[in-house]
Ligand binder design. Structure first.
Ligand code: F6P
Length: 363
C-alpha cells in the first residue's frame, strides 16, 4: 500500500479542501492507501520540527464546504529557495530540496500531490527532475494556468466579485457616482472579464488591453449623454495604461501588489468628471469563503483523478480540464507559459464590445 503526501502551495482559494477530501477518499476507497497532509506548503517538512497531518475519514469530515486549506499554505515555501532568517534580521534563502527528499523518505511518502498555481507547478517539475513522484492539481482564482481550461477557485472568485459589483450598482445609482471596483489578476484578466460581464460593468480594464484615461472619460461622458447618471468600472489589478500616459503609481515590478490601480484611476479621472467617483478594492475577499457548486465538483474530479494518475504511475503530470473531460498533461506543458486573454480572438471580449462595454482602448 502506498503512502501519499498532499501539499497546498501559493495563495489559498475556495475548493482546496474539496481536492484534499477527494484525494483522501479516493486513496482510501479505491486502494486502501494512507494519506498525509504536509503543513504550510513545504514549510511543515522543512522546519526544525517537521510534522505531517494524518488525512483519513475522520480528519476530513465536514471540510467540503470550507474555504481555505486545512493544511495551511504559503507563498514562501519554495524548497529550492527556502527563506531562513539571516543574522542581521534580513531573510536569506537556501536550497532545501535535498532535505525535502530526505524527509519524504523518512516519513515513507511514496508520492506527493501538489495543489497550486504556476509557481507550485514549476516547483513540482523540478522535484520530478530529482526523482520525486509528483502529480499536480491546478489552482488559482486568476485562471491563468496554461494547459487547463479552468482552474478551481476561479468560479468562486468570479461569483464573489460579481456579487460585490451588484452591490456597488445600487449605491452607484443612488448617488449618481462612478464606482471603480478592483479585482485580482496580476497577469491575466479572466476574473475581471467574467465578473465585469456578469456584474453588468460599463468599463472593464484588463492587463491584456492597455487603456487610456481619455477613452474611459469619453465612454463615461457618452453614458451621461444617454441619461445614465452612474457608471461601474471593473479593473484588474494588473491593468496597464497605454505607453506614454502619465501614471501616479509605478507599473510592472514597481507597482504595488494590489489596491494601486483603482486609487490611481480615481485620482486621475476625478478632475475630469462631473460626477463623484469612488474606488473599492476587493482584495482577499475574493479568495475567502465557501466554494461554489462548480468549484466543489471540479475540485472533487481533480482530486480523484490525481489518485488515478498515481495508481497508473503517471508522475510529472498535472490534472487538467479539457472540453469537459479530466485528463493528465505533462508539467512541461503546464508551465510553458501563463494563459492570458487574447483580445482579438476572445469571444467574450467581442460579445462585451457588441453590448457597448468599453475596454478603455478606443471608443
Ligand atoms: O495569484 C493569485 C492572486 O490572487 C493574484 O491575483 C494576486 O496578485 C495574488 O494572488 C495576491 O497574493 P498574496 O497577497 O497572497 O501574496
Amino acid at each position: 500500500a502506498l503512502k501519499i503526501g498532499v501539499v497546498t502551495g501559493g495563495g489559498d482559494c475556495p475548493g482546496l479542501n474539496a481536492v484534499i477530501r477527494a484525494v483522501t477518499r479516493a486513496a482510501i476507497y479505491q486502494h486502501g492507501w494512507t494519506v498525509v497532509g504536509i503543513p504550510d506548503a513545504f514549510g511543515g517538512l522543512l522546519s526544525d520540527n517537521p510534522s505531517v497531518i494524518p488525512l483519513n475519514m475522520h480528519t476530513i469530515r465536514g471540510i467540503l464546504p470550507q474555504g481555505g486549506t486545512i493544511l495551511g499554505t504559503s507563498n514562501r515555501a519554495d524548497p529550492f529557495r527556502f527563506p531562513i532568517d539571516g543574522k542581521d534580521g534580513n531573510t536569506d534563502y537556501a536550497d532545501k530540496s535535498h532535505l525535502l527528499k530526505a524527509r519524504l523518505d523518512e516519513y515513507g511518502i511514496d508520492a506527493i500531490i501538489m495543489i497550486g498555481g504556476d509557481g507550485t507547478m514549476r516547483i513540482a517539475k523540478r522535484l520530478k527532475g530529482m526523482g520525486i513522484a509528483v502529480v499536480g492539481v491546478p489552482k488559482t482564482i486568476d485562471n491563468d494556468l496554461y494547459a487547463t481550461d479552468i482552474t478551481f477557485g476561479h468560479d468562486s472568485a468570479c461569483n464573489i466579485a460579481m456579487e460585490a459589483i451588484d452591490r456597488l450598482h445600487t449605491t452607484a445609482y443612488s448617488h449618481h457616482r462612478v464606482m471603480i471596483c478592483e479585482v485580482m489578476g496580476r497577469d491575466a484578466g479572466w476574473l475581471a472579464l467574467q465578473s465585469g460581464v456578469s456584474g453588468g460593468a460599463d468599463v472593464i480594464l484588463l492587463p491584456e488591453i492597455p487603456y487610456h484615461d481619455d477613452f474611459i472619460l469619453e465612454s463615461l461622458a457618452m453614458r451621461q449623454k444617454q441619461q445614465r447618471q452612474f457608471s461601474i468600472i471593473v479593473v484588474a489589478e494588473g491593468a496597464k495604461a497605454i505607453d506614454g500616459q502619465h501614471s501616479v503609481v509605478g507599473q510592472g515590478h514597481d507597482a504595488p501588489r494590489y489596491g494601486g490601480i483603482a486609487h490611481q484611476l480615481e485620482q486621475t479621472l476625478a478632475p475630469h468628471l462631473k460626477q463623484e467617483i469612488r474606488a473599492v478594492v476587493l482584495g482577499h475577499l475574493q479568495r475567502g469563503g465557501s466554494p461554489t457548486h462548480f468549484d466543489r465538483v471540479l475540485g472533487t474530479r481533480y482530486g480523484e483523478f490525481a489518485i488515478q494518475q498515481v495508481n497508473q504511475q503517471q508522475f510529472g503530470t498535472m490534472v487538467a480540464l479539457r472540453d469537459g473531460e479530466i485528463i493528465g498533461v505533462t508539467l512541461e506543458e503546464a508551465t510553458k507559459k501563463i494563459k492570458c486573454i487574447t483580445p482579438s480572438t476572445n469571444q467574450l471580449v467581442a460579445t462585451a464590445r457588441n453590448l457597448g462595454i468599453h475596454f478603455g482602448d478606443r471608443i
